[in-house]
Design a binder for this molecule. Structure first.
Ligand code: HEC
Ligand code: HEC
Length: 325
């Protein structure tokens, strides 16, 4: 299988930063990174127990799973949340819940290398920590021995080997984002915000203690989440082919594009609003369908976060856009 590597990705990225920082006041007001408030070594947070590279979460870090996930160059991801003692997530609808002060969101990116018995190659762990009402963002680069990770101050690339979705072994230069990149995707209304844990994207069946359970119900039972009674909870589709094409495609565009393509996001000015809750007629998808497909095929969109074209993602969006003809 051959990928269309994004030509001149770095030039595009650099140009993108300059352009973004000049063009968008909404992004410019956010302090880029408060990494100086994060500890230099990931181990200080005691996120994992046992050998860190095995990614077994410590007791106070809970696993959560998203139905629709962001594609990041085939990296596998583990997502964890830790709430301060005796506090809960509060929710009145199916968007992001209210997070208590001190909440920590942890996202670890890894590959399994087929040449060394599918052993994990953990690359980075990203943190969002809610401190004095503001989210602090930072990422940690894992060492070769997989014993710990160091806080990084600037973007860099790491060579990874893995088996792609067609079973072939592939190498790529995995891109660890720098501080400005966090803000481009997580910046919203002059604040850094989490993106994934909207309740509609957690409203799915997961396996816990060997049993299939609804994740929101499980979080309520285990004291993680409190919902207003009668609160409406929709669900974001996953990419299971049994689900209606339109739902899958809207979910894909939502989690891969809407962090920029939303009001007050980095691409607000395009008027292409790709969050799944936006009524179709207000999204601009119909008007811009040719451009959407071309930019995805050429690897120009998503603008950040990937270095290769996501073939199955493009195929999904192509099939969906054809239904709009
Ligand atoms: C290309 C856009 C993009 C960039 C750049 C980016 N993120 Fe994210 N991030 C996302 C999206 C989308 C999600 C949710 C979807 C998912 O997890 O699959 C997410 C999820 C997360 C999460 C889990 C909680 C949440 O918000 O869902 C953390 C923690 C996180 N990012 C931290 C960071 C940090 C720190 C940086 C910079 C070093 C960063 N991210 C850069 C798009 C991005
Ligand atoms: C990291 C932020 C970011 C992400 C993620 C992102 N975009 Fe964009 N997008 C932009 C910006 C900024 C522009 C305007 C400047 C440009 O064209 O580069 C844009 C422009 C576009 C345009 C051109 C719009 C027009 O009116 O000409 C299309 C189409 C588009 N994006 C589609 C997508 C799709 C589809 C995705 C997800 C697969 C996506 N974008 C993800 C930032 C982003």
């Amino acid at each position: 299988m051959t990928h269309y590597f994004k030509k001149g990705a770095f030039v595009v990225l650099l140009a993108g930063f300059c352009w973004l920082s000049q063009a968008f006041e909404t992004q410019g007001t956010i302090a880029p990174y408060a990494a100086e408030m994060l500890l230099p070594k990931l181990s200080a947070y005691a996120i994992f127990k046992g050998p860190p590279g095995e990614l077994v979460p410590a007791a106070d870090f809970r696993l959560y799973e998203l139905s629709a996930q962001l594609f990041s160059d085939y990296a596998l991801k583990q997502r964890l949340i830790r709430l301060p003692k005796d506090s809960v997530l509060l929710s009145t609808d199916d968007g992001l819940p209210h997070f208590p002060e001190g909440t920590m969101l942890v996202k670890t990116f890894y590959y399994t290398n087929p040449e060394v018995g599918e052993r994990n190659q953990v690359v980075e762990t990203r943190l969002l920590v809610l401190s004095q009402g503001k989210w602090i963002a930072g990422t940690y680069l894992w060492n070769v021995g997989q014993t710990d990770a160091d806080l990084v101050q600037s973007a860099r690339n790491v060579a990874v080997r893995f088996r792609n979705e067609n079973g072939a072994v592939e190498t790529l230069a995995y891109h660890l984002p720098g501080p400005k990149e966090c803000v481009t995707c997580h910046g919203f209304k002059s604040e850094i915000q989490p993106i994934g844990p909207e309740l509609r994207n957690l409203n799915s069946v997961v396996v816990r203690n060997g049993k299939s359970v609804n994740q929101l119900a499980y979080f309520q039972q285990t004291g993680v989440l409190q919902m207003r009674s009668g609160a409406k909870t929709g669900e974001l589709a996953n990419y299971n082919p049994e689900i209606a094409l339109e739902k899958r495609a809207r979910a894909y565009l939502s989690i891969n594009c809407a962090h920029c393509h939303r009001t007050a996001g980095a691409a607000a000015r395009t008027n292409l609003l790709l969050h799944a809750i936006i009524p179709f007629n207000e999204t601009g998808i119909s008007e811009k369908k040719a451009r959407i497909l071309r930019k995805m095929e050429q690897g120009k969109m998503p603008k950040l976060g990937t270095t290769v074209v996501h073939d199955t993602g493009v195929a999904l969006i192509r099939a969906y856009l054809q239904t709009l003809d």
